[in-house]
Design a protein around this ligand. Sequence first.
Ligand SMILES: Cc1ncc(COP(=O)(O)O)c(C=O)c1O
Length: 498
Amino acid sequence: MSSPVIFPFKSNIDLDKNSSRHLYLQLCDQLIGFIKSGKLAPSTKLPGSRKLSEDLKIHRKTVIAAYDELISQGWIESIPAKGTFVNHNLPIINPKKLANSNKPVSSKNISGFDFKKRKNLFIKGIETIQASLKVDEGVPDHRLAPIEDIARNYRNITNKKHYQELLTYGDTHGNFDLRKALVSYLNKTRGLKITTDNILITRGSQMGIYLASELLLDDQKIIVTGNTNYMTADNTFIEANGIIKQVSVDQHGINTMEIEKICKKNKISAVYVTSHHHHPTTVTLSAERRMHLLNLAQENNFAIIEDDYDYDFHYRNAPILPLASNDTKGNVIYIGGFTKIIAPALRIGYFIAAKDVIDEAARLRRIIDRQGDTLLEQTLARMIINGDVQRHSNKVRKIYKERRDLFCGLLREKLVDFFDFETPNGGMAVWVRLKQPYNWDVVMAEALKLNVAFNPEWRRYDNNNLGHNGIRIGFAALNKEEIITVINTLETVMKSIR
Ligand SMILES: Cc1ncc(COP(=O)(O)O)c(C=O)c1O
């Protein structure tokens, strides 16, 4: 244990006396770097503290502090009467292999191990596109989020000592006060008949879709969806190892007669439905088909995953009650949340089902996410009870209705020669089909030149190549000026490619 000190410490160590990082820690960092890169091998003798302090022109105490720190971290060791050495137990590193490895870890692009890559999940999101105006597929306007109400309610909770218990681990099913508040909120607004045993709080609707898929779709089990369908849900079903069978969607929603036909030939495990406003086409599932679907589920013992993602936004009349309100035999898993009413970043949703399903879903959720954000859940419970949520929902519904009317009015006035669409009864988007012979890829490329971006993954909605040429254009997150810009841009583009 006495390799000679041949490493040129003096010329390799560069300490910055003006840095806010203490000198002894800078020295530690650099010595650790030499050890990690193999430049200082195990058992290498380090210079004595007097010599190193003279070479580096720093106080000897600084070197001693650095050596003490490195000894306590196990990088070096001090051997009485012999000196200070790089720890002999460290693995030997070949410095040649690491010749270029002084780059920080974060600059690595490729991992040093294999892992499962899911091609299906590789989606080019609009977030990655540079444009001054991005037109989404129908999300709420986060600029309208009731941030002051959230902050006030949150502060009131964190100021109270008895809420301190919320800071420890809690029930995976979710904050009990929120579940209680949701029982009365959902029973009143959705006509459900549930108790707190029927609720699992999730991080948003997507977690509910994921949990339902994992519970229902093992081993090539069949799930029926509409053609076309919410892309992320389809991806979730495929990842859960399910087989998707598609049925057509018309102005009355998904075709339940086709589901009945499938049932005669195959055992199906689930039907996924966005009954209030079908995603992406926005149509509402008719009363007749609702009853038909529920009867089929009961007769054939399958689950209905009812994703009621935009229940609160219906503009023509009162919202249609969900299938779950007529579910007497526990066939429906009802999924919804507050990401659309309040803001996408407020990750609180609910998963409503029979107790046995809830308990199993909670066990599954526990291994992905031990529990939700209890303080935020308590805040939301308070906002439901004191009426903040309902007030905000009424306010934004009015604004979104005005935006829908403006958007659809201008589209009809200026672009009817190029597009087919129906004014949606609710939701946050319009399903806009481009007439032949135009193509969205061309339109989008031209619009981008004018700094307006649309969803680049629109083709994924046409997974059976039906040629519907449709995209969802979200109006809810666009204010008046932005809606006018979008329409004017489309008008300029269409006239230029005509
Ligand atoms: C049909 C549908 N379901 C579920 C979700 C996911 O919502 P959340 O943000 O609550 O997870 C979305 C999001 O846009 C959606 O459009």
